[in-house]
Ligand binder design. Structure first.
Ligand code: THU
Length: 135
């Protein structure tokens, strides 16, 4: 699966998104890009706020792009810092991505290509709620 993903192109989309970052407080721009199961590219950048805790991570803006553009499941994901270097999504954003991931979604990480299940083991997610409800 990983070999059919154009990781260089995905990285370039993440860099383009990072260039739109609004990060005057941390001065740590972030860009993220992903491919959906429909073949669409979605992307996002971090959008900070004077009330620091209200900051939107790049993954939040990517998920907004995903949903507003018609939805779908994410199959491959890349994230970069202000130097264009690979960045690992924060814990909260791994959860955010898990919700919208196809099974086995691939991430370009500091330790190579990994699946969403590897970076968020035994995840709490939509299925947990379905199973609890006995559906
Ligand atoms: N940030 C992201 O956008 N995504 C992550 O996964 C890690 C952190 C942003 C939030 C904040 O604007 C800046 O990086 C510094 O924490």
């Amino acid at each position: 699966m990983s070999d059919v993903i154009d990781w260089d192109a995905l990285h370039a989309h993440a860099v383009a998104a990072m260039e739109r970052s609004y990060s005057p407080y941390s001065k740590f721009p972030v860009g993220a890009a992903a491919i959906t199961d429909g073949g669409r590219i979605v992307s996002g950048c971090n959008i900070e706020n004077a009330s620091y805790g209200v900051t939107l991570c790049a993954e939040c803006s990517l998920v907004s792009d995903l949903i507003m553009g018609g939805g779908g499941k994410l199959v491959a994901f890349a994230c970069v810092d202000g130097n264009g270097a690979v960045l690992m999504p924060c814990g909260r954003c791994r959860q955010l991505l898990f919700e919208h991931s196809a099974e086995g979604m691939l991430l370009n990480t500091l330790s190579g290509i990994r699946t969403i299940e590897e970076v968020l083991p035994d995840a709490f997610g939509p299925r947990t709620l379905v199973e609890y409800a006995g559906e």
